[in-house]
Write a protein that binds this ligand. Structure first.
Ligand SMILES: O=C(O)C[C@H](O)C(=O)O
Ligand code: SF4
Length: 514
């Protein structure tokens, strides 16, 4: 087993940096189905560019490299204790090399362990089997899409869909609702795994296991195959689109599994995975630990079509109603008030990252720098330090709605003029934008390599004690493009898409599977 640790390291790097071929194919099909001149079409082009950049730079596709979850099948009698130790050391090494973000945080103190090791991380499930090889599969599922997982207990009453009973039709309604409630916040267009039955724990496990299936497989259970087909055919009618911008493609895959339940319980558990659907696997020689084969198609065999990105950008700028505005930081109130939903803003100058820990902190502390006119980027980057200093290795946006309780107050307190994130924010922030003169800009979730290129220099950092993702990084920026989705005139694209998609959800109220 002398190669085991290296093989696991290779698996981690491949999973984090090279989106598998079957996933790429589905994203390409979405690109073809979506009108390229729309916001959603442009986002898909950015996503395609980002996928290629991550592969060629061998850097994380998305800065949130998720909860590393391994499923390992070993021959009878294999030493699982040594394997576990080596998986853990491969995780720590991949983190040190910037292939994984430092993602393991003490839930009570907020301290980041710095190496992705800690109670509960990584997740490793062992199974024995009667074959001679070792099969290791890994999924890196990020926190934003994990937050959009949902579990239903049947019977129940669902918004827009009415009563969902303890039958296939009730399950169908739960799945449609799960896609609706995720909106764009889990970086749609996404993939869902559905676990029917079990208890609350095994139901979610079953849902997550579905995400290890091949995108093109056929469900051996006829009813579930029918359910999967129905969902794939109808989910896109919700019109949520990529990043929740509205559009033709909302869902990229649906896989369902079933297990027995207790008479009193009927759970439908849904695991939502963003487009950055990072899962790979290897089959290893049990003796040497060397890789015999990769389990999912390599991304390198399915290059993304990049020409489309330029064409889409041209198409967008050609549209008379879509303005492109170049702004230098700090922003003035007048500049911000002139922006409207749909405008594309290109930002130059210094911006500052800030997410959960910082927002909470700033509520009752002073800021370490002058934030008048500042741009705050909801982002927890992957950073590496060498002799020259810090470098941004991956830096896409995080889900903004988590800052909803704080955002408006903090903007007013410090004079912040713009926040950048993804998925949009709620009514409280919208009111603050209007009152104070602020703007919310939506960046493309998961496009961590694409945005990392815009950060030319790390000017400084505060609150390193919060850990790398939560620290406040001061970044010299050039050409960072984001779309205005909430403006100072009371308009929110997110509120609009949510309302429209709820209206569309009601068309699925009538029974389908009797
Ligand atoms: O933690 C992050 O950087 C992003 C997170 O996965 C999210 O989708 O909000
Ligand atoms: S930011 Fe988006 S793409 Fe990245 S892990 Fe979170 S949900 Fe997935």
């Amino acid at each position: 087993m002398q190669h085991f640790e290296q093989s696991v390291y290779n698996l981690i790097v491949e999973t984090s940096t090279n989106l598998p071929g079957d996933v790429r194919k589905v994203i390409q099909a979405a690109q073809e189905a979506e009108d390229r001149a729309t916001r959603a079409g442009l986002s898909l082009s950015t996503i395609a560019t980002n996928i290629e950049m991550a592969e060629s730079k061998v850097s994380p596709i998305c800065q949130d490299t998720g909860m590393p979850t391994f499923i390992v099948h070993t021959p009878v009698g294999a030493n699982q204790i040594i394997m576990k130790q080596q998986i853990r050391s491969a995780i720590a090494r991949a983190t040190k090399d910037g292939k994984l973000r430092t993602n393991s945080v003490d839930s009570l103190t907020g301290a980041n362990t710095g190496d992705n090791l800690g109670p509960g991380t990584p997740v490793i499930h062992f199974e024995q089997w009667e074959k001679d090889d070792v099969d290791i599969r890994l999924i890196l599922k990020g926190g934003g899409c994990e937050n959009k997982n949902i579990q239903y207990s049947l019977p129940t009453e669902l918004e827009g869909l009415g009563k969902a009973g303890r039958d296939l039709d009730g399950i169908r309604k739960c799945v449609m609702h799960a896609i609706y409630q995720a909106q764009g916040q889990g970086c749609s267009a996404g993939f869902i795994g559905v676990g029917i039955g079990g208890d609350r724990t095994t139901g979610y496990e079953l849902a997550k296991q579905q995400l290890f299936r091949h995108t093109e497989d056929t469900n051996p259970i006829a009813e579930l195959q029918q359910l999967e087909e129905y969902v794939m055919e109808n989910a896109n009618k919700l019109g949520i689109g990529t990043m929740g911008f509205g559009g033709a493609v909302t869902l990229l895959g649906c896989k369902a599994g079933v297990m027995n339940r207790l008479p009193a319980s009927f759970f439908v558990s849904v695991a939502y995975n963003c487009w950055a659907y990072r899962r790979q696997g290897v089959l290893l020689h049990a003796e040497s630990g060397e890789i015999k084969e990769w389990i999912y198609p390599s991304g390198s065999d399915t290059p993304m079509k990049l020409a489309a990105a330029d064409a889409a950008a041209d198409a967008v700028t050609e549209q008379a109603e879509r303005r492109e505005v170049v702004l230098n930081t700090p922003f003035s109130e007048e500049e911000v008030r002139s922006l409207k939903v749909g405008d594309i803003v290109i930002i130059n100058g210094e911006m500052h990252t800030g997410r959960d820990a910082l927002h909470h902190y700033l509520m009752d502390h002073d800021a370490p720098i002058d934030l008048n006119g500042a741009v705050i980027y909801h982002c927890g980057p992957v950073m590496l330090k060498d002799e020259e200093g810090w470098h941004v290795k991956a830096a896409g946006p995080t889900t903004s709605i988590r800052e909803e309780p704080y955002q408006g107050d903090i903007m007013k307190k410090f004079g912040i003029r713009a926040v950048i994130g993804k998925g949009g924010m709620g009514a409280k922030t919208l009111a603050a934008l209007q009152e104070h003169g602020g703007v919310y800009l939506n960046a493309i979730g998961g496009a961590a390599q694409y945005y990392a290129e815009c950060f030319k220099k790390v000017n400084g950092v505060d609150y390193m004690e919060f850990g790398i993702p939560e620290a406040m990084w001061h970044l010299q920026t050039e050409g960072f493009a984001a779309i205005v989705t909430m403006d100072s005139h009371g308009n929110s694209l997110h509120a609009e898409v949510e309302k429209d998609s709820l209206a569309k959800l009601t068309q699925f109220k009538e029974p389908v599977f009797k």
